[in-house]
Design a protein around this ligand. Structure first.
Ligand code: NZQ
Ligand code: ZN
Length: 388
């Protein structure tokens, strides 16, 4: 643990199948006008909308509805939300949904009273908010992103071919998050397993970096083992509460700023995945799945010892008589087998990537230098070709 870091996290969590009971208590802390934001209608079909609005009415709140947050929320939708929030002078933004809706709520919270162009200020220039910030609370219905307990907000600008994440500071992180595993039972299988892979990817992005002996890596290994175990149960038995609740808790801790402590972190799988998303609008977790195996097969040569440790500590591969290279290889094979077992997309061509759009996707890929290797533009192109 050789780095210097600050750790604090202001989000209060309520977890379990009774967690919605605590919403009214939280609502008392905020003013009378609540912007209720949600996605394309799943919360109306599964009854969560009725439960939440009943509690809001009972608390005497004025509800301003902002429905229709699409997966991979767009900059146009962000501007609509900012206008509605400002016109109604809302006191709290309550996001009910998955990462898209919660990311969106954070974007609106810092854009409503912003006098500059929010896309340029926060996402392109990566600046911090200097205006009034509207508090955000959330009720999570899809597990994966960790948005419920972090400052991340990813917005897509289709005109510019860019999908960019901004990690806002503690002022923007949800004040409270309600995590009821039962609320995730109605997720379609495709979304459920995309979320599972997103969790694994968050863990790997932070794990595959650095070479010091670091408690964060031991935490990541434990979370990976829990995810692998729970996911194997959940794909066969999606309403298994124990498995789904473990996965929900794992997802939150996978990306709530804890396991990045003292880590450089990689995040190149996410950079390539987000570039694919900007051009295809594909499901986030699947974009990561499609490029992970080619990426890790390439990059493992620069961090062989860590990949060997991944094989033994995460996948229980016996090290006897094997070289670190062999072990690293077997660890990635085990990852690939698990991905096939849970049923994620293994080829980017299934998401709309092809020979023609690879140059543009590579052009949209932000190149970071914090994992085991400083990747180049040409290497991104090679990885994208290998992912087809
Ligand atoms: O829109 P509705 O009708 O609600 O349907 C959604 C959506 O179609 C559906 N869904 C959610 N909960 C459901 C449900 N359907 C039935 N029953 C339920 N209980 O699932 C679909 C996907 O939802 P979405 O919110 O888009 O998925 P996810 O949670 O994966 O969020 C993806 C977004 O988060 C960003 C991604 O880039 C993407 O834009 N990320 C945010 C991060 C962060 N804040 O730190 C980090 C991640 O790496 C990621 O980049
Ligand atoms: Zn992700």
């Amino acid at each position: 643990m050789l780095g210097n870091f600050k750790y604090s996290n202001p989000t209060k969590l309520y977890f379990g199948d009774k967690s919605l009971d605590f919403l009214s208590e939280e609502l008392n802390r905020f003013g009378p006008t609540v912007m209720l934001t949600y996605g394309g209608g799943s919360i109306k079909r599964n009854g969560i909308y009725d439960q939440v609005t009943a509690i809001l009415h009972e608390a005497g709140k004025t509800i301003v509805e902002l429905p229709g947050v699409m997966p991979n929320p767009t900059v146009e939708k962000l501007m609509e939300g900012a206008r509605v929030a400002r016109e109604n002078n809302v006191d709290l933004i309550l996001a009910v949904g998955g990462g898209s809706t919660i990311d969106y709520a954070k974007g609106v919270s810092v854009s409503a009273w912003c006098d500059e162009d929010p896309w340029e200020k926060y996402y392109l220039r990566q600046e911090s908010p200097s205006c009034r910030i509207i508090p955000v609370g959330c009720i999570l219905t899809m597990v994966g992103t960790g948005s419920e307990m972090n400052g991340g907000s990813v917005i897509t600008n289709h005109n510019q071919g860019l999908k960019i994440g901004k990690v806002f500071d503690e002022r923007v992180m949800p004040r409270f998050a309600i995590l009821n595993p039962r609320f995730t039972f109605t997720l379609p299988h495709y979304q459920m397993v995309a979320g599972f892979f997103d969790i694994m990817s968050h863990l790997m992005e932070q794990y595959f970096s650095g070479d010091d002996d670091n408690t964060s890596d031991y935490l990541a290994e434990g979370l990976m083992r829990s995810l692998i175990s729970g996911s194997r149960i959940a794909v066969k038995d999606p309403t298994n509460y124990e498995a789904r609740s473990n996965i929900m808790w794992t997802a939150t801790w996978a990306l709530n700023t804890l396991i990045k402590c003292g880590k450089r972190q990689d995040w190149m799988v996410h950079m390539i995945g987000q570039a694919i998303g900007a051009h295809t609008d594909a499901t986030h977790g699947m974009t990561l799945a499609a490029v992970s195996i080619p990426y890790y097969r390439f990059v493992s040569q620069f961090g062989t010892d860590k990949f060997a440790r991944f094989a033994t500590n995460v996948w229980n591969i016996r090290p006897d008589g094997k070289t670190p290279e062999q072990l690293a290889h077997e660890g990635i094979n085990a990852l690939e087998s698990w991905m096939r077992e849970i049923g994620v997309v293994m080829k980017s061509s299934e998401l709309g990537v092809n020979e023609q759009n690879i140059p543009a996707i590579a052009q949209s890929t932000i190149l970071l230098n914090s994992g085991f290797h400083q990747i180049t533009h040409d290497e991104v192109i090679q990885i994208l070709h290998a992912s087809l």
